[in-house]
Write a protein that binds this ligand. Structure first.
Ligand code: ADP
Ligand code: ADP
Length: 222
């Protein structure tokens, strides 16, 4: 029961130019349902490229991407966007919250885009904010929140549409070590409580060790 499978995925940038950059070569990777996998890679090894491919933002040159058993090759742009919206949740190093909306609104809006009724969307936002200890902050705008609080809201937003898979790129990389530790624990608790599967890129070996499995990505040696 796999949520994600990358099967022989290869990617080279500027393939037809004078200086091609081979980034991924025959990558095999799976995330099972309910599994939390750490992606550890030295800078430049292609971590972002891999997350972009898994997140359907970019296509591999060869190899297959299967999301919940479904081959993503040959999907129309529209079907691809739909799959991103319904099946995937994203967290980045920076929160990317909408500054003019409150914490709760930032979690409600993507649900409305997925046709979740307003009342249900508000209930989910309240439930998720409660789980990360931010119930009292529901009505605050991002600028009124600390870095750790902003990132916790971003986690809630990523989970609001109940995705099958969470893709995270250095989700606590922008926080000081102590806050990072605490906020990461909350993310793990949230993921476990909702039975979510996740692929989380991190440079932090202590954080990686707290996940179910670690996948190391090495630089392609030409
Ligand atoms: P990481 O996230 O592990 O640091 P990236 O996936 O961002 O690695 O990049 C891997 C390599 O591919 C780097 O050498 C980077 O310079 C190169 N690269 C990334 N994007 C492009 C692009 N659009 N065109 C050319 N080279 C790129
Ligand atoms: P219950 O059916 O008892 O609510 P669930 O295990 O289905 O138990 O969910 C536990 C809680 O987590 C519920 O509040 C539910 O709304 C929430 N939840 C379940 N799945 C997700 C998900 N993928 N993302 C965010 N919240 C979720």
């Amino acid at each position: 029961n796999e949520v994600l499978r990358l099967d022989g995925v290869s990617k080279t940038y500027a393939k037809d130019g004078p200086a091609p950059v081979e980034v991924l070569r025959g990558v095999e990777l799976t995330v099972a349902r309910g599994e939390v996998v750490a992606l550890v890679a030295p800078s430049g090894a292609g971590k972002s490229t891999l997350l972009h491919i898994a997140g359907l933002l970019d296509s591999p040159d060869s190899g297959r991407v299967l999301l919940q058993g479904r081959d993503m090759a040959g999907l129309s742009d529209r079907a691809r966007t739909e799959a991103r919206r319904r099946e995937l949740g994203f967290v980045y190093q920076f929160h990317h919250l909408l500054p003019e909306f409150t914490a709760a609104e930032n979690i409600i809006l993507p649900q409305l885009a997925n046709a979740v009724p307003q009342r249900e969307a508000a209930a989910r936002a309240a439930d998720l904010l409660g789980r990360v200890g931010l119930a009292p902050r529901a009505g605050h705008r991002p600028a009124e929140l600390s870095g750790g609080e902003q990132q916790r809201v971003a986690f809630c937003r990523a989970l609001a549409n109940r995705p099958a898979l969470l893709l995270a790129d250095e989700p606590t990389g922008n926080l000081d070590p102590e806050t990072s530790d605490r906020v990461f624990d909350m993310l793990m608790t949230l993921v476990r409580e909702t039975g979510l599967s996740a692929l989380i890129a991190t440079h932090n070996h202590d954080l990686a060790a707290r996940m179910d499995r670690v996948i190391r990505l090495n630089e392609v040696v030409a």
